[in-house]
Design a protein around this ligand. Structure first.
Ligand SMILES: Nc1nc2c(ncn2[C@@H]2O[C@H](COP(=O)(O)OP(=O)(O)OP(=O)(O)O)[C@@H](O)[C@H]2O)c(=O)[nH]1
Ligand SMILES: [Mg+2]
Length: 323
């Protein structure tokens, strides 16, 4: 029997960080396959994750909980046939709900040990009103309060209380009986995605809920949440300080930036990771592609136009593929 975990949580909360830190730490000898669905059509996470795991399947362009369940199920079937993993981790995009993915895995005969929702302790108030964020909490049974290094105990407790309120309200229910599908949930704390081992030990294993699954109505979040993404390229003769200046001047309505850039004064390519004003940089050993940034936000068209006007090093792709 193949086991799996679904990792959900809003944009930039630390899902990939958990996969690179905790998972590898706890399962050094297991055959692990990772499936990652990113918001946006260029997979930065899969580039990071392939440095850590040998089997990484990237499902891009669209949301696996809405449009891509067929592609997702095909991908899982292929990864099982070709690699025969003992454990599968699915990182859902920050804009998708976990429950449909849970159902797909179950339909394929893969045991779901837990649905983990990662929460950003520092930036929770900035995104908690987003309806997808609420349904992500409602559809999970293990909640990881991450980035606790950035808040004090009072703030952490306040977020935990808010999580409990939302969880009670949005806990997914059987539409026939009105009873919650997941009876219990736990909240763990983490820094840089490093959680207590019991999160992955199956102690919170979900009961079989397949019989309820047909009654679950998927909420149409794509039309309600106006998140959009845009890619910008970086000119070849840019310096690190130029990139930093762009990030320092991000409008508030852009809350996630990911990308890989090559600059003149750093020998290796740099992975840029920006979430709600905080930014980290990491070096990437192998990268042959273009220097690019993916920006995600609520007023994305206008914001990106403005950024490109302000910063000469940025340019928009000349062609965009219509989806
Ligand atoms: N200070 C701090 N930063 C963190 C922590 N966990 C993650 N980060 C940083 O947060 C940023 C986003 O982390 P990711 O792991 O890429 O987040 P994600 O949820 O996978 O993001 P998406 O896939 O784009 O939705 C990165 O810059 C991380 O280095 C943490 O516990 N503390
Ligand atoms: Mg990620």
């Amino acid at each position: 029997m193949i086991s799996s975990f679904v990792i959900t949580g809003f944009l930039g909360v630390g899902k990939t960080t958990m996969l690179t830190n905790s998972v590898q730490h706890y399962f050094p000898d297991k055959k692990i396959a990772v499936i990652v669905n990113e918001f946006g059509d260029i997979g930065i996470d899969s580039k990071i994750l392939t440095n850590v795991y040998s089997e990484v399947l990237e499902i891009s362009e669209g949301c696996i909980c809405c449009q891509l369940s067929e592609e997702f199920e095909k991908g899982v079937t292929e990864i099982i046939a070709n690699y025969n993993p003992e454990l599968i981790f699915v990182e859902t995009s920050g804009a998708s709900e976990p429950f449909p993915i849970y159902m797909s895995l179950q339909n394929l005969g893969v045991t779901v040990e837990g649905v983990i929702c990662v929460v950003d302790a520092k930036h929770f108030s900035a995104y908690k009103e987003n309806s997808t964020a609420k349904y992500q909490l409602g559809g999970s049974n293990i909640i990881v309060l991450n980035k606790t290094d950035l808040v004090d105990e009072t703030e952490a407790l306040a977020v935990e209380n808010e999580i409990r309120e939302i969880k009670d309200k949005y806990n997914i229910k059987n539409t026939m009986t009105g009873k919650p599908i997941f009876n219990h949930y736990v909240i763990h704390r983490a820094q840089h995605g490093l959680v207590n081992k019991e999160v992955f030990e199956g102690v919170y294993r979900l009961e079989e809920v397949l019989k309820f699954a047909e009654d679950f109505s998927h909420h149409d979040h794509t039309s309600k949440d106006s998140l959009g993404q845009k890619v910008v390229y970086l000119k070849n003769d840019s310096y690190f300080a130029d990139v930093d200046a762009v990030l320092q001047n991000m409008p508030l309505s852009i809350y996630r930036v990911k990308g890989v850039v090559k600059v003149k004064d750093v020998p290796q390519a740099i992975v840029v990771n920006y979430a709600f004003g905080d930014v980290t940089f990491e070096e990437l050993d192998v990268y042959e592609g273009k220097s690019l940034l993916i920006l995600i936000g609520e007023n994305i068209e206008a914001d990106v136009q403005e950024l490109c006007r302000k910063f000469e090093i940025l340019s928009l792709p000349r062609f965009t593929l219509k989806s």
